[in-house]
Structure formats: structure tokens, C-alpha cells
Design a binder for this molecule. Structure first.
Ligand code: URA
Ligand code: CA
Length: 433
């Protein structure tokens, strides 16, 4: 097989066979295909698209390019959840203990934040003592004992995707639906998922800026999940404004604690029930989404989900006294309110720009090498559709410096107040087929 022939085939709109795709991924991972040929193929895929069978073959070849986690010694159906990216997205921290508390095993591998999106690992590390590095044996033991553990992603998970993603990043081929779908699904499959729940976000804070693209991505991933023998469901959620009220690491831990205590922001709570219900159904702990939701509501209201969260934190070395007194996590030296400049209704809170503001405060990384400041971030007091008086606080800035003029300017540029405004829909669609 020659790479140049395969590039030509795709360039002319042909369909690559499973064997051809396997060859490309294996040889590229071994550095036997140079970046310039791979770049040409990526651009051909960008323009010519791929069939579901091609995307499935690409997904499985990338999943099998490195370590594939074997979770078969954990009883039950292991359901993983993935969001295509958001701002202030605290759902994993809540969902993991919530669904575990109704008997769904959660063996979760999470990532760190980059750019304006946060990462579950960074958030968990704001709890003193919490360990995200466990051996595979320890990880499996914890899930068997208490149904839940959240750890860092193994370094050798889907190396083909890691290499390809870096190449896509510098060849303007990130934004291709077959490439995004295979990239996400390959990592979920390599992480050992039997079933997958996808949160495909759309709006300013998301990869997919419009609903049509989000819908295509969601349908594509659900179809390839099925072709790869993993039950898959997706929701399309709105990420034009941040989710919940907290953006920042320890701020989001506090938000997760409050939510698990039944005091969470409405949109975040609803998102957790919708995603959680899908996880419970896929794990076959309930027959219908309605029945699943009822189980989850009971677990939240009874305190069982909160107890499960504390158990998870304790098991992974975290100091649970912080969970009982969450204010101790909020150690930023400055808390500065941002007053509204006029009276009206909030019409816009541009999610990605608010994420960038939090990153500028130190909550996120500009590059993979940077470290994060767990204490800083934003706490929103008004969301889109809410009325505000001139001078009233729109949000509180948690900062470890008082040199925040550029952050304040960016925030004002991305919060609009008008005369009328409506709350955007939280969930656009649920896709099960
Ligand atoms: N997230 C991924 O993991 N891969 C992509 O290609 C895009 C978003
Ligand atoms: Ca949040």
C-alpha cells in the first residue's frame, strides 16, 4: 500500500477501506508516514468527508493505537460521559457520585483544562490531598468497592489521536466532523467504556458554533458508537452562556457541593438530571428516562449522592473537612463585584470570553505547561434573561491580584444588557438513534 495512492483516492471522493485506514493509522503512529502526507490526507478528509464505516474504522484504529483499558473486572455496564467542551461545566463532578449512588459504576478518566475550558482534574485538585494518579489496579478496586473513581487519563491512551490532533491544530483541519467524532470516540473506547453519553455543546463557548453542525456531530457519534458496539446517546446542549454560576476550580467544587446538597443553580441541576438519566438507562438500572430521573432525584434529595461524593473524595486521599466547610476552599485574596452600568435585562454572557477572563485571572492554562491557580475565577449573579439594576453586582471576581483592569474590560465587553431578553433553551435535542 502506498500513502500517495490513498491520498489520491480520498482527494477524488473515494471511500477508504478498513484495511487502508488501519494501515494509515498504524504507520503514522510509528512515524512511518510523514506529517506532510498525513496533512494532505487530513485536508482531503476535510473537503470530501467520510462515510460512517470509514469514521468507525478510523475510531477503532486510533483507539487500538495504544493502551486499551480493560474494565471487565468491574461488574456492570460501564458508562462514560463526554462533553465536547464548555465553560463552567461542573457536570462531571456532580454526575460521577450521583449516578454511582444509584448503582451505576463510574470508572472515569478525566482531563485537564486548556484555554477557556476547564478540566475536571484541575477542579478536583483544589481539594487538598486529592490524588488523581492511581494505578490501574487501585482504580478498579475503588470502583468495585464504592462504584466511583475519577483519575487522570493514562499517558498512552490513543497516541494516534494525540499525534493527529497536534497536526490538525496546525493545518486548519480541527473543525471537521469525521475527525472530531473519531477523535472523541477513540478516547472513550480506549478508556474502556461499554456505553457512552455525549454532551454536544453548541454556541459561543463550544466547538460547534451552530445547531446544524452540532446535530451532525451528535448523529455521527451516535451512529459510530453503535457500529463499534457501544450503546451511545447524545444531547445537544446550549453553551452560549456558561453553565451554572461558578467558573474556576475551587469555585466549581463549591458549586458541585451545593448542587449535591440540593442547592444548585437550576440549569446545572437540570443538565445533571438529563445526562444522568441517559447514563442510568444505558447502564440498564432503569428502563425509561423518566424512571431513571426519579431514581436520581431521590438520590439527590435523600443526601445519598452527597455522601457518595464525600466517599469518593476520602477514598482518593482528599481532606473531607473542606467538603463540610467549603468556604475554606475560597482563598482568593480579593473578591471584587462587577456592577451593572445600566438597568435592564441581561441579554448576553459570551461563554468563551468569560472563560478567557477566568483564564486571565489564573484559573486556566494558555499552554499545556502552565499551572493553574485553584482559588480564582468568576461567580455569576445574573444569567441571561434576568433583570438587573444599575450598580447591582453582575458577578464577583475572585482574584489573587488587584491588577484586573484588562479582565474587567473584557467582562464588560462580553456582558450585554438590553431592554428585553429571554433565557436560552438549555437542551436543544436528545438523540438516541
Ligand atoms: N475534542 C477532541 O477530543 N477531539 C477533537 O477533535 C475535538 C474536540
Ligand atoms: Ca459552573
Amino acid at each position: 500500500m502506498r500513502m500517495v495512492d490513498l491520498i489520491e483516492k480520498k482527494r477524488d471522493g473515494g471511500v477508504l477501506s478498513e484495511q487502508e485506514i488501519r494501515y494509515i493509522v498504524d504507520e503514522y503512529t510509528k512515524n512511518q508516514i510523514p506529517d506532510y502526507q498525513m496533512s494532505a490526507l487530513l485536508m482531503a478528509i476535510f473537503y470530501e468527508d467520510m462515510t460512517d464505516e470509514e469514521i468507525t474504522a478510523l475510531t477503532l484504529a486510533m483507539a487500538e493505537s495504544g493502551e486499551v483499558i480493560d474494565l471487565s473486572s468491574i461488574a456492570g455496564i460501564k458508562v462514560d460521559k463526554h462533553s465536547t467542551g464548555g465553560v463552567g461545566d461542573t457536570t462531571t463532578l456532580i454526575l460521577a457520585p450521583l449516578v454511582a449512588s444509584v448503582g451505576v459504576p463510574v470508572a472515569k478518566m478525566s482531563g485537564r483544562g486548556l484555554g477557556y475550558t476547564g478540566g475536571t482534574l484541575d477542579k478536583l485538585e483544589s481539594i487538598p490531598g486529592f490524588k488523581i494518579e492511581l494505578s490501574e489496579a487501585e482504580f478498579i478496586r475503588l470502583v468495585n468497592d464504592s462504584q466511583v473513581a475519577v483519575i487522570g487519563q493514562s499517558g498512552n491512551l490513543a497516541p494516534a489521536d494525540k499525534k493527529l490532533y497536534a497536526l490538525r491544530d496546525v493545518t486548519a483541519t480541527v473543525n471537521s466532523i469525521p475527525l472530531i467524532a473519531s477523535s472523541i470516540m477513540s478516547k472513550k473506547i480506549a478508556a474502556g467504556a461499554d456505553a457512552i453519553v455525549l454532551d454536544v455543546t453548541t454556541g459561543d463557548g463550544a466547538f460547534m458554533k451552530n445547531l446544524d453542525d452540532a446535530r451532525r456531530l451528535a448523529h455521527t457519534m451516535v451512529r459510530i458508537g453503535k457500529l463499534a458496539d457501544r450503546q451511545t446517546m447524545a444531547i445537544i446542549s446550549d453553551m452560549s452562556q456558561p453553565l451554572g454560576e461558578a467558573i474556576g476550580n475551587s469555585l466549581e467544587i463549591v458549586e458541585a457541593i451545593e448542587t449535591l446538597q440540593g442547592k444548585g443553580p437550576e440549569d446545572l441541576v437540570e443538565m445533571c438530571y438529563v445526562l444522568g438519566s441517559q447514563m442510568v438507562v444505558l447502564a440498564k438500572k432503569a428502563e425509561t428516562l423518566e424512571e431513571a430521573r426519579q431514581l436520581l432525584e431521590e438520590a439527590l434529595n435523600s443526601g445519598a449522592a452527597f455522601e457518595k461524593f464525600k466517599e469518593m473524595i476520602r477514598q482518593q486521599g482528599g481532606d473531607v473537612t473542606y467538603i463540610d466547610e467549603p468556604d475554606r476552599l475560597l482563598t482568593a485574596t480579593h473578591q471584587i463585584e462587577l456592577p451593572a452600568k445600566q438597568t435592564g435585562v441581561v441579554t448576553k454572557l459570551v461563554a468563551n470570553e468569560l472563560g478567557i477572563a477566568a483564564m486571565m485571572l489564573g484559573a486556566g492554562r494558555r499552554t499545556k505547561e502552565e499551572s493553574v491557580d485553584h482559588a480564582v475565577g468568576l461567580k455569576l449573579h445574573k444569567k441571561v434573561g434576568e433583570a438587573v439594576q444599575e450598580g447591582e453586582a453582575l458577578l464577583t471576581i475572585y482574584s489573587n491580584t488587584d491588577a484586573i483592569d484588562d479582565v474587567v474590560e473584557l467582562l464588560y465587553q462580553n456582558i450585554e444588557i438590553g431592554q428585553t431578553g429571554e433565557e436560552p433553551p438549555l437542551i436543544h435535542e436528545i438523540i438516541t438513534e
